[in-house]
Design a protein around this ligand. Structure first.
Ligand code: PLP
Length: 441
């Protein structure tokens, strides 16, 4: 069975090989992976042998051990590296197997934190509409996409969803200060509504993926930080996508000038050469558990697996050695500028994002009318997937919020490749506009 997919697929794309930023299907056809395998393959696909040597070395020494009552050098070294790279420079690290689990672990740690501090009533969360924080039931409670949740019964966590920071279509979107103030007022109202002594967490992504690379206006994150401080809640940046170079920083939150209490990561931590996630918590989140002599009541057998830890360490080494953050910093302006040229196409309503993480919002006409559900299905589930496949481009077509076309190229991409991606986007989007108009006529 396929993940997040209709189960009646009749022409499954089967990819069997990767090289640099490219993947190849079983017929040998080449595709530019402009989505880095769902925001994961930061270093692209050509480091397999180097990774294999790191894994082989680890396998020969210690193929497995846990991070329960014992530990092993690979996860200790990785925890030290991550703790030092995180904002504040001394985060504590708990390893998981992926993003959803990182969000769940963070939540349990937050609960243990407040129970240890004698504030057990703090059990509510402020999250954002349309945001995706994962699928396991606790993480799903924080996810703000109703149709992903409706079939699975009452949420185990009481979550209050507030507006995203999407300036496109917002009445005050062209006035960043007014927009930011309104959004922060809404967060504060949600806290007051939920009960200020009952809110444990404010969670958000530095650049929200679902809904289309939604960046925050200046002052928004500092505002969240001060609201969390004022009302005694913790602040968490979900960096499952934005972490590890996606916007040219180890952690995207460092561009916002705040230190969140917790950060969740996965995907780019290993560039997905092995599955792994982690929660990075500021020392003051863990200290109450230590002071109270409490057990952290959460454990996952494979969390911090030595093979994944060896891969993550090698990934960080490759990032530093091959200058991946610098590559994104150097080319992000060029990519932005090239993507902005797509605005001249009638089907393009907005272009937004940061670093190597961008979305184009697709609209019906120059009044930015949204597509009706049937039209959107035809465009995003039928026409565009076929066209992308024809031209050899892998991108994400997303309708969790508005209709968006995402790209997140591998961080090794050079200028010529970024240009080629934008040229292919122009080709398929021009065709999409014509196709939709023709069908409407
Ligand atoms: N949080 C965010 C922001 C994500 O984008 C995702 C997945 O895309 C998750 C959590 C869940 O990660 P995973 O699919 O590894 O469970």
């Amino acid at each position: 069975m396929m993940h997040f997919a209709r189960q009646d697929i009749d022409d499954l794309l089967v990819l069997e090989r990767g090289e640099g930023p490219y993947v190849f299907d079983t017929t040998g056809k080449r595709y530019i992976d402009a989505l880095s395998s769902l925001f994961c393959a930061q270093i692209g696909y050509s480091y397999g042998e180097e990774m294999a040597a790191a894994v082989s070395d680890q396998l020969a020494r210690l193929p497995f051990n846990t991070n329960w009552a014992t530990a092993h050098p690979a996860s200790i070294e990785l925890a030290e590296r991550l703790g030092a790279l995180a904002p504040g420079g001394e985060a504590r690290v708990f390893f998981t197997n992926g993003g959803s689990e990182s969000v769940e672990v963070a939540w349990k740690l937050i609960r243990e934190h407040f129970v240890a501090r004698g504030e057990p009533r703090r059990a509510k969360v402020i999250a954002r509409d349309v945001a995706y924080h994962g699928v396991t039931l606790g993480a799903l409670a924080m996810t703000g996409v109703a149709r992903f949740k409706d079939d699975f019964g009452p949420a185990p966590i009481d979550v209050w969803h507030v507006s995203t920071t999407n300036a496109f279509r917002a009445p005050d979107g062209d006035d960043p200060k007014a927009f930011c103030d309104r959004l922060l007022n809404e967060v504060e109202e949600a806290i007051l509504d939920a009960g200020p002594d009952q809110v444990a967490l404010i969670i958000a992504e530095p650049v929200q993926n679902a809904g289309g690379c939604i960046v925050a206006p200046p002052g928004y994150w500092p505002g969240l930080r001060s609201l969390a401080d004022r009302y005694g809640a913790l602040l968490m940046a979900d960096e499952v996508i934005t972490g590890f170079g996606r916007i040219g920083e180890w952690f995207a939150i460092s561009r916002e000038g705040v230190v969140p209490d917790l950060i969740s990561v996965a995907k780019g931590l290993t560039s997905a050469y092995a599955p792994m996630g982690a929660v990075l918590a500021q020392p003051h989140v863990v200290e109450p558990l230590i002071a109270a002599g409490r057990t952290f009541r959460h454990g996952i057998t494979f969390g911090g697996h030595p093979l994944s830890a060896a891969v993550a360490l090698k990934n960080i080494e490759i990032f530093e050695r091959d200058g991946l953050l610098d590559n994104v910093r150097t080319l992000q302006g060029h990519l932005h500028q090239r993507l902005d040229t797509l605005r001249s196409l009638p089907i393009v309503g907005d272009v937004r994002g940061a670093g190597f993480f961008w979305a184009v919002e697709l609209v019906k006409d120059d009044r930015n009318t949204r597509f009706a559900p049937a039209e959107r299905d035809r465009l995003l589930r039928d026409y565009l997937p076929r066209r992308l496949r024809d031209v050899g481009l892998i991108a994400r077509l997303d309708d969790r919020g508005d209709s968006v076309f995402h790209i997140a190229p591998p961080l090794i991409s050079d200028r010529a490749l970024l240009d080629e991606i934008v040229d292919l986007m122009a080709t398929v989007l021009t065709g999409s506009g014509e196709h939709m108009r023709l069908r409407a006529a």
